[in-house]
Design a protein around this ligand. Structure first.
Ligand SMILES: Nc1ncnc2c1ncn2[C@@H]1O[C@H](COP(=O)(O)OP(=O)(O)OP(=O)(O)O)[C@@H](O)[C@H]1O
Ligand SMILES: [Mg+2]
Length: 275
């Protein structure tokens, strides 16, 4: 499935520009994953939420994660960038075990950006400051350089006219576009989105999806938890369907939506269409 994206021109592009050196591989082979999970498990107390997740995202891939509420999508995404510590299994970053004792977890987290449903902007800082602070504090950039970068990414999401605005002066769609610019300003290798449009009024969903579509077309590596099925189908290379703590099925987006193999995928998609 992921290997099927080997011919994807965007994968090739992004692989060529990725920060980490890519080992030589045969022509036509899929690039090595940026991040991979193997047998990933997470329990809260005696409640096992993730029950062994094997997943990989390769440079330039856009992968959507769909599934019913409570199936573990957010927990999975939070484990991938170690906002939650997994109970068992492996997380490999360019083949290195990030759960190993002594691994540079902070450095790893900085390589993966995250965009949250609730934006998580600092309300006391203006738009520009929101996009600068992480670059200076976590990435050690000089303030001038950080500001230039931030303005570039704010322009990319159409928010450069709002640098002085405070979050409370913005609509939800605008806030989420700032949150995306903030994440991009860190120049991560991949961006993880957890239901980036679920908290928005319906009329603002489109502007955020449009920005995400442009990022996907530009070759950004993205993992997107979403209930926006049309977006998942049209923009993703691959879709993973989660059910009760496992990836029940994953594959090429068009095929998974039009011709799912698993009964529970069919039921989920039918419920979604009905509902
Ligand atoms: N910190 C936590 N402590 C205890 N239980 C948790 C915690 N975080 C998540 N859970 C439980 O894990 C299960 C999966 O939650 P999760 O948020 O990952 O689901 P989800 O697929 O993202 O759902 P939704 O579509 O509603 O966002 C839920 O039963 C939830 O109550
Ligand atoms: Mg969730």
């Amino acid at each position: 499935m992921a290997a099927a994206r080997a011919e994807d021109a965007r994968s090739a592009d992004a692989a060529g520009t990725a920060g980490a050196a890519q080992p030589a591989r045969p022509p036509g082979a899929a690039p090595d994953p940026i991040v991979e999970t193997r047998g990933l498990r997470k329990s809260f107390g005696s409640n096992e939420i993730l029950k062994g997740i094997d997943f990989a995202v390769r440079p330039g891939e856009v992968v959507s994660v769909i599934g019913a509420s409570g199936s573990g999508k957010s927990t999975f995404l939070r484990c991938v960038n170690l906002l939650e510590w997994p109970s068992a299994g492996e997380i490999l970053y360019h083949g290195q075990d990030v759960l190993a004792r002594g691994y540079d977890v902070t450095g790893f987290r900085a390589r993966l950006g995250m965009v949250f449903q609730q934006f998580n902007l600092f309300n006391n800082l203006n738009v520009l400051q929101n996009c600068v602070i992480g670059q200076v504090r976590a990435a050690g950039r000089k303030p001038d350089e950080a500001r230039q970068r931030a303005i570039g990414y704010l322009a990319k999401v159409g928010m450069d006219r709002y640098v002085e605005a405070k979050p409370r002066q913005l609509s939800g769609g605008q806030k989420q576009r700032v949150a995306i610019a903030r994440a991009l300003s860190m120049e991560p290798e991949a961006l993880l989105f957890d239901e980036p449009t679920s908290a928005l009024d319906p009329e603002m969903v489109g502007e955020v999806l449009a920005v995400m579509g442009e990022l996907a077309a530009g070759g950004l590596t993205m993992v997107i938890v979403t209930h926006e099925m049309a977006f998942a189908r049209d923009v993703s290379d691959r879709v993973a369907f989660m059910d009760d703590g496992v990836i029940a099925e994953q594959g090429e987006a068009a095929k998974l939506f039009s011709n799912p193999a698993e009964e529970r995928t069919k039921e989920f998609l039918a419920r979604f269409r009905a509902g």
